[in-house]
Structure formats: C-alpha cells, structure tokens
Unconditional design. Structure first.
Length: 262
C-alpha cells in the first residue's frame, strides 16, 4: 500500500496512508485539487485522480446519521410531501391560560410582548412598501391592536380550518376601552384609588380580549398538530421588567402612605 507525501505552505508532509489523506480531504485540511506523490510511483498527481483515495472518500459512513426512528420520520416527511412550514405554529401559539396569568401577574405589561410576537408573524413580513411612513405610523402605532386582530381574523391559514367567532373591530374597540378608562377615569374616588381601580378594569378587559384571540390561535394549531411557540429572551425580559416596575410602584405607594400616615 503506497504512502503519500505533499507540500503545503512551503512545508513537506508525510508519509500518510490513503485513509489518512481521505480523512484530511473530508476535514477540509486538503483539497481534491492538491498534488500528492507516493513513495511507490514517485509521480505528482491530484488527489481526485487517485481512485483508491476517492473510493474511501465516497464510501458510506460506518454509522447512520439518523437512528431508526428519526430515519423513518424523515422518510415519512419526504414521501408525504409535507412542507417544512407545516412544522411551525401559525402565529404566536402560547397557551391561552398562561397568557391570562402572565398578563394579570404583570399588571398588563406582558401584552406588550404578546402584541410584538403577533405583529412579527402577522404583519412585519407583509408591510406594504407603497404606504407612506405617515400612513404606516398611524396604522401600526395608533391602530396596532385593530390591525393585529384583523390580520389574525383574516389569516388564510387559520381560515382554512375555521373562522373566528369574534369580530376584530369589536374586540379592538373593547381593548381600546381599557387604556381609555385609565386616562379618563370615571371612578369618583381619590386619585390613587381611582388609578388602581382603573388599572384593574383595564387588565380585566385586555386579558379577556387577548384570551379570545389566543384561544382561536390555539384551537387551529392544535387541530393542525402544530407545536407551541417557545418563549424567547424577550418573554423573560418582559416579565422581569414588569416585576421591577411593579416593585417600584409598590415601594412608592408604601412610602406615600407611610408619609401620609405620619
């Protein structure tokens, strides 16, 4: 069996067996166009022109890349014509009950993250390049809740399975009622009590609205056997930030009542 030598970057290497040369090619340490010479023929040839080495390079691997279960799943995936996108959820598919608890525990701050995730899926990749910046600012900043609800209600992938039982504009009006209550508090009490009561009402309204939308998304994804969306860094960051803000509010209120009581 011949032993091979080659020169690379001005240095001589060898002797190497045919297996070793093939291994170096597979690991990108040597190219197929590289010249090698054997101690047997003493003729410079390209690696690709040596049948013995090329047979080693192209021989099947000793161990399969997939285990039997994964191989069968992959074969089924190929044979049934299932598209890769069919393994991803439609929209932000988090459990509706979890959304309710997180929105309540964070005093409504979690819905910022929820709206962002739904915006990324429903709207971000469909932005109309012909719209002016001012139109987009009004549409996606001031009317973002309606736009997101509307896109979910009219999402073709969701509608193929089932239409929503709710109306996007009705839910949007209800959702906008929440911030309106905080800004224009109707409760005839002290300012702090009014603010706390308005916040509770806003959280209840927004949680109800988001629950309706998320339940619809969950129902369709469950029927299509799509997975639940994984929480991202933004999810944990939003919860942490909400915790910091809530703690600050509580400490401020405690100090206020302490000073007031004194």
């Amino acid at each position: 069996m011949p032993h091979w030598f080659f020169t690379q970057d001005g240095k001589d290497y060898g002797p190497y067996s045919s297996n070793k040369v093939a291994d170096m090619v597979l690991k990108d340490k040597l190219e197929l166009e590289s010249y090698i010479i054997s101690d047997k023929d003493k003729i410079w040839v390209k690696v690709r022109d040596v049948p013995e080495i090329m047979d080693i390079i192209h021989e099947p691997v000793a161990e399969p890349i997939f285990d039997e279960g994964a191989a069968n799943q992959f074969a089924s995936f190929i044979n049934t014509g299932v598209e890769i996108k069919d393994y991803f959820p439609i929209g932000y598919n988090m459990p509706a009950k979890r959304l309710v608890w997180l929105n309540i525990l964070t005093l409504g701050f979690f819905q910022i993250y929820w709206f962002y995730k739904q915006w990324r899926y429903q709207i971000a990749h469909r932005l109309n390049k012909y719209e002016s910046r001012s139109m987009m600012a009004v549409k996606y900043l001031f009317l973002f809740a309606y736009e997101i609800f509307y896109q979910i209600e009219n999402n073709p992938e969701l509608m193929k399975v089932k239409r929503s039982k709710w109306s996007s504009w009705k839910l949007a009006l209800l959702w906008y009622l929440g911030p309106g209550i905080i800004i224009f508090s109707p409760f005839p009490t002290s300012s702090i009590a009014a603010g706390m009561l308005s916040t509770i009402v806003e959280i209840m309204i927004s949680t109800y609205v988001l629950f309706q939308v998320q339940s619809y998304i969950n129902e369709i994804n469950a029927e299509l056997k799509r997975p639940v969306s994984r929480p991202s860094f933004g999810c944990y960051f939003t919860i942490l930030l909400a915790g910091v803000i809530i703690t600050f509010i509580i400490v401020t209120l405690l100090r206020f009542f302490h000073v007031f009581a004194a």
